[in-house]
Design a protein around this ligand. Structure first.
Ligand code: MRU
Length: 345
């Protein structure tokens, strides 16, 4: 595991978040002392990645209850208001709503005493954090077996320690394979427009000394054509009941390339990413982000003023393109709808 940095750290009265907007140039922690600060950090991508935003939101709720306690206000009202604000930050990653729901269920069992409520909710948020790291470790152990003893693995976006409480989902699988002695080299998609691949994944892999090569997204196809990709591993923001997978925009293209070149396409995600209330990927809400992410590169304009822009943050890969979903409970193989049903049985 990369112990070289902490993505999320709880201080008892504040949540520290590694500011992912300025990596890899600057390594600085944003200190959030109230739930609105956490909501802002999620909305503006100080913290990003499905499990990381879920865990952060849980601590945001703890901060809301703490403020109400210190000000002598109703902690339940503060909790509800914070839950509403946090729910409105990003729509696609279901882990956000999952974590808020977990905290809400805990809150419903608590007494009116604000100090006691704070202590129990803090405990619950810490447990969510620890469960996420444990889930990633378990995914790593299951998924490492899928990767070849030696070869090139393509990944898209960042599904690493930065996107989780630690270790990572897709990068967790890669980390575990490398730890098991497999000679894995990673091709890292740059991941336009937010550059999670170049700024975050390459940074994480290099910190761990895992061999990697950065490519721009449009270079992947030529590597497949040259027979240089042995597997692709990505994370997920929401998985529908039939196995359709929403993940970072561009993931679908990687899956199509895998299919065309008969290369396995693996998705690594915790059970909290599975949304059984949604039958297919068609019903997954896809976030559209500010056009400036496309018209500007690191604050510099790279497109004409006034140009029309389309900036969806995620796409949906149909289940038929997915070779396996790696969860903490094991590896799900097609038919995925059936495997997912069995998982919850
Ligand atoms: O917009 P982002 O950076 O939050 O998108 C992140 C992804 O798409 C990740 O692949 C996904 O959340 C899985 S993270 C373990």
């Amino acid at each position: 595991m990369s112990d070289a940095f902490r993505t999320i750290a709880w201080e008892g009265d504040a949540l520290l978040l590694l500011d992912q907007r300025v990596l890899p140039v600057i390594e600085s922690m944003r200190r959030c002392t109230d739930s609105s600060g956490v909501a802002d950090a999620i909305r503006t991508m100080v913290v990003r990645g499905a499990p990381a935003i879920g865990v952060s939101a849980a601590f945001g709720l703890v901060l809301a209850v703490r403020s109400a306690w210190k000000k002598g206000k109703s902690w339940r009202r503060a909790f509800d208001e914070a839950a509403t604000e946090l729910s409105g930050t990003r729509p696609t990653a279901v882990n956000l709503f999952w974590a808020i729901d977990r905290m809400r269920r805990e809150a419903a069992t608590l007494p009116d005493d604000p100090g006691a409520a704070f202590a129990r909710l803090e405990e619950r948020a810490i447990a969510l954090f620890e469960e996420d790291v444990a889930a990633n470790r378990a995914m790593g152990a299951h998924g490492a077996n899928l990767l070849p003893a030696e070869g090139n693995v393509l990944t898209h976006c960042n599904a690493g320690a930065l996107a989780t409480a630690g270790y990572g989902t897709a990068l967790g699988v890669i980390r575990a394979a490398v730890a098991a002695g497999k000679r894995i080299h990673v091709y890292v998609d740059e991941t336009r427009p937010f550059l999670q691949g170049s700024r975050l994944t390459a940074w994480e892999l290099m910190k761990d000394g895992i061999p990697c090569t950065l490519i721009t997204d449009n270079m992947a196809a030529s590597l497949f054509a040259a027979g240089k990709i042995d597997a692709a591993v990505v994370g997920a923001d929401r998985i529908a009941a039939n196995g359709d997978v929403a993940n970072k925009i561009g993931t679908y293209g990687v899956a199509v390339l895998c299919k065309a070149h008969k290369v396995p396409f693996y998705v690594a995600a915790p059970v909290s990413t599975i949304d059984r209330s949604i039958a297919t990927g068609k019903r997954i809400p896809i976030e559209e982000r500010d056009p400036s992410e496309v018209t500007h590169l690191m604050g510099k304009r790279v497109a004409p003023h006034g140009v029309s822009v389309y900036n969806p943050a995620f796409d949906v890969t149909p289940a038929r393109y997915v070779s396996a979903i790696v969860t903490e409970k094991g590896v799900l193989k097609p038919p995925l709808a059936h495997a997912l049903r069995n998982l919850f049985r």
